[in-house]
Design a protein around this ligand. Structure first.
Ligand SMILES: Nc1nc2c(c(=O)[nH]1)N[C@H]1C(S)=C(S)[C@@H](COP(=O)(O)O)O[C@H]1N2
Ligand SMILES: [Mo]
Length: 323
């Protein structure tokens, strides 16, 4: 990873003061976030494009965020979150995604929500940023590769969108699709994967309060490398379930085949809950490296969210790594 000058690392103080600043700017309706790029000067052009969106995102946020998750784990820095990414549409090089995705256009953007629903609709991204209160959700993200981060997402519960489109009684699953635009996403020209990226959830998983659609993090609208303008976050599952840059959400009556299931059915399944006792065929899942820490920590069942989600899987056999 690039060496990050300490002056650029998101410290507790500048996160809090920046949040207050954004909030105030949003309240007074100022479009000019003077100095707004000080943390993010590497992304100055993006900042210009996203300031208005960030003001929308910031408007309904609480005054100040916590600096730790509910277990007391500190947030990863903005620099870590924005410079160590999995986003195969751009590159498989985690440290290369930020640069390659820098000009990716995320506005205008629409998300088509349909399939087995009573009220299908095409939602403009600004609608999705403002229709429901934006909440901050500090979640651990555990990548199937064995690393993790703590990320202060901004977004809204997926169930609010689902309630509005009204799944019919036939709907059993939700299928998500990323934008397909090989001209903008060079990785989509490689033959190794079945593009576009597809992910899915059972409807009852999708209705769980922990599942969110995220439009921002650290009080800012998402940068392209994190899945701008809107991505899924399902914190009790491996990170690959959190599909980025969503353009389609469909209610269906079958279990969708995801990009990873198609690419390596022996290694990746549909459920993909974080399960430390079920190893990947090529490595153990018992421990993880928290980005920014030395050594490894123990991985927790359901990534530490068992109380909220374990009931969804009662009676299911999840002993297979590719369940
Ligand atoms: N469309 C798309 N979504 C994606 C991926 C991807 O390659 N393409 N990678 C996934 C993986 S493996 C992880 S761990 C997370 C990483 O999210 P982050 O880069 O915002 O930390 O995004 C997930 N969502
Ligand atoms: Mo991942």
């Amino acid at each position: 990873m690039d060496k990050v000058p300490s002056s650029e690392i998101t410290s507790k103080d500048n996160y809090l003061s920046r949040r207050k600043f954004i909030k105030r700017a949003a309240i007074i309706g100022s479009g000019a976030l003077v100095g707004g790029g000080y943390l993010y000067n590497r992304f100055q052009t993006r900042m210009v494009q996203t300031e208005a969106a960030s003001a929308l995102v910031a408007e309904a946020l609480p005054e100040a965020g916590s600096l730790v998750d509910e277990m007391g784990d500190p947030l990863n820095s903005f620099e870590d979150i924005a410079n160590f990414n999995n986003y195969y549409e751009f590159t498989t090089d985690k440290q290369g995604v930020a640069r390659l995705s820098a000009g990716f256009p995320t506005s205008p953007w629409q998300v088509e929500v349909g399939g087995l629903v009573n009220n299908p609709g095409v939602y403009d991204i600004d609608d999705l940023r403002t229709k429901w209160d934006q909440e901050e959700r500090i979640y651990r993200m555990r990548c199937v590769e064995g690393w993790s981060m703590v990320i202060p997402w901004v977004g809204f519960p997926l169930h609010k969108l689902l309630a509005e489109v009204e799944p019919t009684s036939d709907a059993t699953h939700v299928r998500f699709e990323t934008l397909h635009a090989p001209d903008l996403m060079p990785g989509q020209s490689t033959p190794w994967y079945e593009w576009p990226y597809v992910e899915g959830l059972r409807l009852d998983e999708a209705m769980n309060g922990l599942a969110i659609l995220s439009t921002g993090l650290y009080g800012e609208s998402l940068l392209p490398q994190n899945g701008a303008p809107i991505r899924l976050v399902v914190p009790w599952k491996y990170g690959f379930k959190g599909i980025k840059s969503i353009v389609k959400i469909n209610l269906v009556d079958y279990r969708p085949v995801t990009l990873w299931m198609a690419a390596a059915p022996n290694e990746y399944g549909f459920v993909s809950n974080v399960q430390p006792d079920v190893p990947h065929p090529r490595w153990s899942q018992a421990t993880e490296r928290r980005i920014g820490e030395l050594g490894r920590r123990e991985t927790l069942p359901f990534n530490g969210y068992a109380d909220q989600v374990a009931h969804l899987y009662e009676g299911m056999d999840l002993s297979q790594h590719n369940a």
